[in-house]
Design a binder for this molecule. Structure first.
Ligand code: NAP
Ligand code: G4F
Length: 328
């Protein structure tokens, strides 16, 4: 039975990846931080077969301990402070967790496997946010990185550290440069889920508006369930490498609003949407659109869910959840 250790198991991707690996017969260990993590019950409810270990990406010894207990064939480093807007307010913490945490995870694997670092395969959750002020359209593995947020800068550090450990120690370390991926499990602070929740509440008469920031930014949005499949495929390759994972389509926040409100029969969304500078960012990533040709060719991966299906899935899920909460 193959064994996997996932950091960030309480997050959106951690849950989907756990489900995927369990369905493939893996023994799955999940690293959870904190003394009494409020998301522990969620993990236990969704993926009860995951074995929970405590640890923190800022604590090297806790990572080594997790490796010694789980003895994994594969490590998926998904843990991070992942909310871009928050990273300006907590830049040092974001650097420690999202940047230096990757070094800790790599170093823990190197120390644990000192005789043969290639015996544990390592996945790093890199991000399209690293492209920032984009230097090419669309963005591929060869596009120059130009991060625009403390989060993006920290991810660039983690990305190059992963490549450096591959080149320095022969580690089977791959970096997935994933474009935005969403789902009904997305945190409510991210724009897709903020919109799907708000649309559900507005259509049920619970709220009368939603307040957003920049409506003109464009993102390449896919479905998280499809993207964790790409992570797994990367670690099944003979050689470690870096891959862009994307739908290769881009849409604006305005298009997101149009589709989300249409899902509940509202054609004119403008009266329900307010804008507030507090949701604007000090530096914006205006346009992301990926070129995932390499992943499609080498990994045989492609997304199954496209933007309209994703928006519909999220709005319907939030409608069901909000009805239940309101006792309707
Ligand atoms: P998420 O839902 O925000 O989950 C982040 C996870 O990191 C949570 O489990 C969180 O645990 C954990 N974490 C935070 N601080 C930690 C620490 N100090 N030590 C250990 N774990 C810690 O993020 P996601 O959407 O699943 O994304 C997974 C990874 O992919 C992240 O690295 C993210 O930056 C990256 N990524 C995401 C996207 C996307 O569109 N979703 C795109 C590209 C890259 P708590 O529950 O304890 O907070
Ligand atoms: O949903 P967002 O917060 O995601 P963002 O910043 O693109 O980051 C996500 O994707 C990255 C991959 O590119 C990941 F690495 C990262 O961890 C995270 O998962 O914002 C998307 C866009 C931005 O341009 C933002 O300015 O939506 C715009 N936006 C407009 N109004 C808003 C809002 N974003 C949020 N969160 N809230 C708003 O009210």
């Amino acid at each position: 039975m193959a064994r996997a250790l996932i950091t960030g198991v309480t997050g959106q991707d951690g849950l989907y990846l756990s489900e995927l690996l369990l369905s493939k017969g893996y023994e799955v260990y999940g690293l959870m931080r904190g003394q009494n993590n409020p998301k522990r019950a969620l993990v236990e409810a969704i993926v009860p077969d995951v074995k929970i270990l405590t640890g923190d990406l800022t604590d090297l010894s806790s990572l080594i301990r997790a490796l010694e207990i789980s003895r994994p064939d594969e490590v998926y480093n998904l843990g991070a402070i992942s909310f871009v807007a928050y990273s300006w307010e907590n830049a040092a913490l974001t650097s420690d967790v999202t940047g230096r945490g990757v070094l800790n995870a790599l170093e823990a694997v190197r120390l644990y496997t000192h005789d043969d670092p290639s015996k544990v395969r390592f996945y790093q959750a890199s991000s399209s946010e690293m492209f920032g002020k984009v230097q090419a359209v669309p963005q591929s593995e060869n596009t120059l990185l130009w991060p625009r947020s403390p989060y993006g800068v920290a991810k660039v550090f983690g990305h190059y550290m992963t490549i450096n450990y591959r080149e320095s120690y022969g580690m089977h370390a791959s970096s997935g440069i994933l474009f935005n991926h969403e789902s009904p499990r997305r945190g409510p602070e991210f724009v897709t889920r903020k919109v799907s929740q708000a649309v559900a509440r507005i259509s049920l008469g619970i709220d009368d508006s939603v307040t957003l920031g920049n409506l003109d930014a464009r993102r390449d949005w896919g479905f998280a369930g499809d993207y964790v499949e790409a992570m797994w495929r990367m670690l099944q390759q003979d050689e470690a490498d870096d891959y862009v994972i994307s739908t290769n389509e881009t849409h604006s926040i305005r298009e997101l609003l149009e589709l989300a409100f249409a899902e509940v029969g509202i054609d004119d969304w403008a009266p329900y949407v307010k804008q507030d500078p507090r949701y604007m960012r000090p530096a914006e990533v205006d346009l992301l659109i990926g070129d995932s040709t390499k992943a499609r060719t080498k990994l045989g991966w492609e997304p199954k869910v496209h933007f309209p299906g994703l928006v519909s899935m999220m709005v319907q899920s939030d409608l069901a959840e909000q009805k239940k909460l309101a006792g309707l």
